[in-house]
Design a protein around this ligand. Structure first.
Ligand code: MG
Length: 444
């Protein structure tokens, strides 16, 4: 049976994500990893202790010990796994609503496990073929209290801390009551920033805001930015692998733009950058300008990460604020992302809005519609209508139309079709979006 989705196992505790299933996943994952010790961490969700303890029981029944890291951003656990060459299990549902939780398995190199590994774990769950040891060999729990400092020091070693400290940046940060409630403000204090933090109390009900860092969920941070004299606003999702920014005037910065800006100041000629086909052409323009190679993949952070490893890429990322910095580790990391942004602001000595003005300005319009038919049939029908246009089939259909492009792809998690339309001209982006939505409407 399929238990893993695009980002680990997700569900509602005591409903489809039961303690029984969680313990079984713990047994199966530990049997698969076959490691002396497995690191375990969680985000701030109410059900975190319940799900985590069930997973840990399963792990220990196979004879593996547990290094318990406590509340940590997902990339914090990944960093620990990489550094100590130890597999890990993260209890998180990332940006999902508070009723959800999830289980994510991390390889001993710090990356998310491959689809093949997920299949192996799923087979173990279905066949109940778990390693089982005698009482004498039961695993033990060891509390690890140094993981936060190792993680923070690892990030700080990759930026010019002295220069950032000298600037004494005034920063507003909204950690959304999630896993970075302590780590990101702590990191900012190490950078000698003047910090005003919002929602930096751990609260598993996410009572202050929805956990997805989208502009409509960041009203408090945006008002704070508009009312104060801040250099930058920062927000994370629930497990802090993502990071988005607000400029000094209170404008939300599109993830494509912050990625382009960070790429501009982090890559050299000949470097490789990886991004999904859904990313803005602004990034292609920046890579051309910097003479860097740009590889476009299917949508999904694990695919971007794997492509980066295969191509020894410097940086990769998605439009949702997920940035992967190869020198640090091959996974999205919100605290690394905010450090790269402060680093470039310090080195350039310019306001964030001025730096963003240097990035080519494209308009990208995103929408979605219900998928009532099989995607392959819809795709074939579109191909019959669209003739003599350049088409890229990396993920769904990317159609290059006059002065822009449209990407039509089925969602991996929901029964919807996503439509992205981009042009340098706002009006043209709208026209492209409307044109292809009308075509899809007729076909669906
Ligand atoms: Mg996340």
């Amino acid at each position: 049976m399929k238990y893993f989705g695009t980002n680990g196992i997700r569900g509602i505790p005591n409903d489809d994500l039961t303690t029984e299933l969680s313990m079984t996943v713990g047994k199966a994952a530990a049997t698969y990893f076959n490691s002396d010790t497995i690191a375990v961490a969680k985000d701030t969700r109410i059900s975190g202790d319940m799900i985590m303890n069930a997973v840990i029981s399963g792990v220990m029944s196979t004879g593996s010990n547990v290094k318990y890291l406590g509340v940590l951003p997902t990339p914090g656990l990944q960093y620990y796994c990489k550094k100590h060459k130890m597999p890990g299990i993260m209890i998180t549902a990332s940006h999902n609503p508070p009723e959800y939780n999830g289980i994510k398995c991390i390889d001993k190199d710090g990356t998310e496990i491959s689809e093949d590994a997920e299949k192996s774990i799923e087979n173990l769950i279905d066949n109940k073929k778990f390693k089982n040891v005698s009482w004498r060999m039961s695993g033990q729990i060891y509390i690890e209290s140094n993981a936060i400092d190792e993680y923070i020091n690892g990030i700080m070693s990759l930026v010019d801390v002295k220069k950032i400290r000298e600037k004494r940046f005034k920063v507003a940060i909204d950690t959304g009551n999630g896993a970075a409630y302590f780590t990101s403000p702590y990191l900012l204090s190490k950078y000698n920033c003047h910090i005003v933090s919002l929602n930096s109390n751990p609260d598993g009900t996410f009572s202050s805001r929805n956990s997805e860092p989208k502009p409509e969920n960041l009203g408090d941070l945006i008002s704070l930015m508009k009312s104060g004299n801040f250099d930058i606003g920062i927000a994370h999702d629930g497990d802090a692998d993502r990071c988005v920014f607000i400029d000094e005037h209170g404008n939300f910065i599109d993830g494509d733009k912050s990625l382009s800006l960070i790429v501009k100041y982090s890559v050299n000629s000949g470097d490789t950058v990886v991004t999904p086909v859904s990313s803005s052409d602004a990034l292609s323009d920046i890579c051309n300008e910097k003479k860097a190679r740009l590889i476009k993949t299917k949508v999904g952070a694990p695919i971007v990460a794997r492509t980066m490893i295969e191509n020894k890429a410097t940086i990769g990322g998605e439009e949702n604020g997920g940035i992967i910095y190869g020198k640090h580790q091959y996974c999205r990391d919100g605290a690394m992302t905010l450090s790269l942004m402060l680093n470039l602001m310090a080195s350039q000595g310019k306001k964030l809005s001025d730096l963003l003005n240097e990035i080519p300005d494209y308009t990208i319009i995103k929408s979605s519609m219900e998928r009532k038919r099989n995607w392959d049939d819809i795709k074939n029908d579109i191909l019959k209508i669209i003739k003599d246009k350049k088409i890229d089939e990396t993920d769904g259909l990317k159609i290059y139309d006059d002065d822009g492009w449209v990407l039509i792809r089925p969602s991996g998690t929901e029964k919807i079709i996503r439509i992205y339309a981009e042009s340098r001209n706002r009006k043209r982006a709208m026209e492209l979006s409307d044109k292809y939505k009308a075509i899809l409407n007729d076909l669906i």
